[in-house]
Unconditional design. Sequence first.
Length: 134
Amino acid sequence: MARKLVAYQHVARHRLGCGVDVVELPRFRQAVGRGGRRFLERIFTPHELAYAGSRPRTRLLHLAARFAAKEAVIKAVAQLAPGVLVTMRHVEIRNDRLGRPHVALRHPKLRGTTVAVSLSHVNSVAIANAIARK
């Protein structure tokens, strides 16, 4: 019994938030078509645009996955800091040297918040899941 109590106390010290988002590629393609470069620059960082641009055949799918990831991160972080306005540009999705995605939060009120993210995509759909911890 004591062991279970210790495990519970460990979890209780950390605040968690989770988020998920799905992006349909045809709808995303339409939004990019309407908004053009200005839309992309309002949503994505230069690093994210360069990453997707280095994959010309699947560029839109990679951007859609990052869009879903940003939405999932914003949902997860909102559970931890409901009064903090987090925009798409506050969230940057990067890849480590092995290609695994990770999140860089660019908001001063989110210092000490870590987010684990998972992205997946197929021909017409991108999905992302995020778990935030403070």
